[in-house]
Design a protein around this ligand. Structure first.
Ligand code: PLP
Length: 499
């Protein structure tokens, strides 16, 4: 896999950038390298097999005084960087939410790095601003979302959700933008509600906005890890009786642990009744709505105020690209727009400027990669890939369900399977629980140590569950079969040792 066989003693010229000829040569070489990387990725261990500090120990503590030849730098990518990578593009990466880049997405990133625009104002990159509006409208149509939603791109869902909650807070009309929240006797406790299964980014958004962790009330979930809408209604009523101001609910479509879907139609009714903002965190599962027969997963979301989905999770888009759809862009703008004299432009009232809608001033040209992905694969091609991932997950789940030694721990609405080993043994429930937790952790570490596959875990009803997430564009049935073999090998090895 080594780059740059050809010798060159060229280093950076005294001024200016790399000469065009060199750039062309190394550029071709790097694209070849990436193509080889994808072809040979299955020979590499999915999970980096390095110890903490191992890479740092091999890197010089101080920067080079003089420029170095590109050959030397690229050789160190092979020698030092690759061994310290966990290969997210490996088709047997099943941990967390498996995601993957794609060729058109990589080209989009490359071009965007070449253009290096900072699309803060319309005039600093009309292409970025206008392409973003168009491509997000395409995506909205692909998902069957209402035309009342406008989209904006941020880096991550954590940031998208934080901005949504900021817009919701702006909507309470309590001059928080102007006067802040500290030292104010006139402010009630502002409450946000999310289920116990909501992602920690909601907690972090609330912390960042200065609402304080006590502002977030966690609502219990049912036996399938979905928010209990009745408990939500009761919590809001109770808070109101106690003088708090409930202003926002975050529902999740595709929770992190199990990919469960909160009952949005019931939740939206409660929000409408109390004039509260509904934000939907569809970071993971949102892209599945582009599959026509899966559109129902967004039932009720048309009446939400905002919704986040991450093309960098399940739309083959290189990290990072998160989309926030919002019905009330004016509130988002009111929360964040601030135009100092040096950014004033004659066209500002006729155009959209990304920096008006968030904390960041400069913004990357992220829309380019999504535009290239949607054009290259087409709506049908993207839907087919997501459909296939869901099929593979259901297939794997059927093997688990049919085996006497394993059990399914949560429903499988998308491409995530939560399961555990549960070989029989006569013992009390408590002893069994401890034994199975230890056994499943050991199985997971055993599989991960092989380097052939990488799984992660969660806790469901206090029990360790293994998570197999399928989202990589290269994953096929062969990979699912192999991880099933690896899991059973580990189970056999560990139960033999125990007996
Ligand atoms: N919301 C959900 C449901 C998630 O599963 C995740 C991450 O897995 C996030 C939000 C945070 O995503 P990001 O890394 O884009 O901030």
């Amino acid at each position: 896999m080594s780059m740059s066989e050809k010798k060159s003693s060229e280093v950076a010229p005294p001024t200016g950038d790399m000469p065009a000829e060199e750039f062309r040569r190394f550029g071709h070489e790097i694209v070849d390298w990436i193509a080889n990387y994808f072809e040979r990725i299955e020979d590499l261990p999915v999970l980096a097999q390095v110890e903490p500090g191992e890479l740092k120990a091999q890197l010089p503590a101080s920067p080079p005084e003089k420029g170095e030849p590109m050959e030397a730098i690229l050789a160190d990518v092979d020698r030092l960087i690759v061994p310290a990578l966990t290969h997210w593009s490996h088709p047997s990466f099943f941990a967390y939410f498996a995601t993957s880049t794609s060729a058109p997405g990589i080209f989009g990133e490359l071009l965007s790095a070449g253009f290096d625009v900072k699309s803060m104002l319309w005039r600093t990159s009309p292409a970025s601003t206008e392409l973003e509006e168009v491509v997000l409208d395409w995506l909205r149509q692909m998902m069957g979302l209402d035309a009342g939603f406008s989209g904006i791109i941020y880096d991550t869902a954590s940031v998208s959700s934080m901005h949504a909650i900021a817009a919701a807070r702006e909507g309470v009309e309590m001059r928080i933008r102007e006067e802040g929240m500290s030292g104010r006797a006139d402010l009630p406790l502002l409450r946000v509600y999310a289920s116990e299964q909501a992602h920690s980014s909601i907690d972090k958004g609330i912390i960042t906005l200065g609402l304080g962790q006590r502002a977030l009330r966690k609502i219990p979930t049912d036996s399938e890890f979905r928010m209990n809408a009745k408990a939500l209604a009761e919590a809001i009523e109770e808070d109101k009786r106690n003088g708090a101001l409930p202003f926002c609910v975050v529902a999740t479509v595709g929770t992190t642990s199990t990919s469960s879907v909160d009952p949005v139609p019931a939740i939206v009714r409660i929000c409408e009744q109390h004039a509260m903002w509904l934000h939907v965190d569809a970071a993971y599962a949102g892209p599945a709505a582009i599959v026509p027969e899966m559109r129902h997963i967004l039932a009720g979301c048309d009446r939400a105020d905002s919704l986040v989905l991450n093309p960098h999770k399940w739309l083959f888009t290189p990290f990072d690209l998160s989309v926030l759809y919002c019905r009330q862009m004016d509130l988002l703008r009111r929360a964040f727009s601030l135009v100092p004299e040096y950014l004033r432009t004659p066209e500002q009232d006729q155009v959209r400027s990304g920096s008006d809608y968030g904390v960041q001033l400069g913004r990357r040209f992220r829309a380019l990669k999504l535009w290239m992905i949607i054009r290259y694969f087409g709506h049908e091609g993207l839907a087919e890939r997501i459909r296939e991932h869901c099929r593979l997950a259901k297939l794997f789940a059927s093997w688990v369900a049919e085996s006497p030694d394993w059990e399914i721990m949560a429903p499988v609405p998308f491409a995530l399977v939560c399961f555990r080993a549960c070989p029989k043994a006569g013992e009390t429930e408590e002893v069994k629980a401890k034994r199975l937790d230890a056994l499943n952790e050991a199985i997971m570490h055993g599989v991960n140590a092989t380097g052939e596959a990488f799984l992660s875990h969660t806790k469901l009803n206090d029990k360790i569950a293994l998570r197999l997430s399928i989202g990589n564009i290269r994953t096929t049935e062969r990979h699912i079969q192999r991880v099933w073999e690896l899991l059973n090998e580990q189970l056999g090895r560990l139960t033999r040792t125990q007996n």
